[in-house]
Design a protein around this ligand. Structure first.
Ligand code: PEP
Length: 246
């Protein structure tokens, strides 16, 4: 399995920030891990053109339908047309801001598969759920209901992102990350069999150059989904290098 360093630019970036992509391409021409950047939709095509072969690009969402009267939405085929190979689905910000349920995330994931995209399906507990001791049950339910039956190691990446760790600078303990990732692997193998051993399991939530080494040393952590620290090439590059060295 090739590990994956994925960056989520969220609603950040205009043409000027494409210089960060140029800097990444210059320092990671032949990476030993997969590199993915998911910019705002407005930059996707231009970023794909500049990123070349070394860096894949992806959308941050897609619609479950292939076309139609859905103002403001983007179909999976349109992401492919703009050069994307991946799409992030079910990010907690979309689950919260746009009311996305597990069923919606599963429908969008199926649309992504049908378009030939790799779905990066996000799961994660809130702080209240962790405090209540519900983390493993919450993650198991999100996996069971957000990941379609057609998932396999080639078309699906899972990102474990505790909601309370996103953009906060707070990170679970290494033991807490290990516990969730081990359970996710076990659940996915129980459901999908051997192919789930190739399904990359990313940790996301305040990953930085300073904590990447220790997070990447955890079993069943096959990379990271990085928000804030993916916006600057110098920071994201250090995280990529940490993953290459893990
Ligand atoms: C994210 O948005 O997926 C994320 C993990 O953000 P950050 O790295 O900024 O916590």
């Amino acid at each position: 399995m090739r590990k994956l360093a994925a960056g989520n630019w969220k609603m950040n970036g205009t043409a000027a920030e494409l210089a960060e992509v140029d800097a990444l391409v210059a320092s990671h021409g032949a990476p030993s891990v997969d590199i993915l950047l998911c910019p705002p939709a407005t930059l996707l095509s231009r970023m794909s053109d500049r990123a070349g072969d070394a860096i894949a690009t992806g959308g941050q969402d897609c619609h479950a339908n292939v076309s139609g009267a859905h103002t403001g939405d983007i179909a999976a085929d349109m992401l492919v047309d703009a050069g994307a190979g991946y799409v992030i689905l079910g990010h907690s910000e979309r689950r919260t801001d746009h009311g996305e349920t597990d069923a919606i995330v599963a429908a969008k994931s199926t649309a992504a598969y049908n378009a030939g995209l790799i779905a990066v399906i996000c799961v994660g507990e809130t702080e209240g759920q962790r405090d209540a001791g519900d983390t493993l049950n919450v993650i198991a339910a999100q996996l069971a209901n957000s990941v379609p039956d057609a998932a396999n190691g080639a078309n699906t990446v899972i990102a474990y992102e505790p909601v309370w760790a996103i953009g906060t600078g707070r990170v679970p303990t290494l033991e807490q990350i290990a516990e969730v990732h081990d359970k996710m692997r076990a659940d996915l193998v129980a459901r999908f069999g051997e192919t789930a051993k190739d399904m990359r399991l990313l940790y996301g939530g305040s990953v930085k150059p300073s904590n990447a080494d220790e997070i990447f040393a955890i079993d069943n952590v096959d990379g990271a989904l990085v928000g804030g620290a993916s916006l600057k090439a110098s920071d994201f590059s250090a995280i990529i290098t940490a993953l290459e060295n893990a």
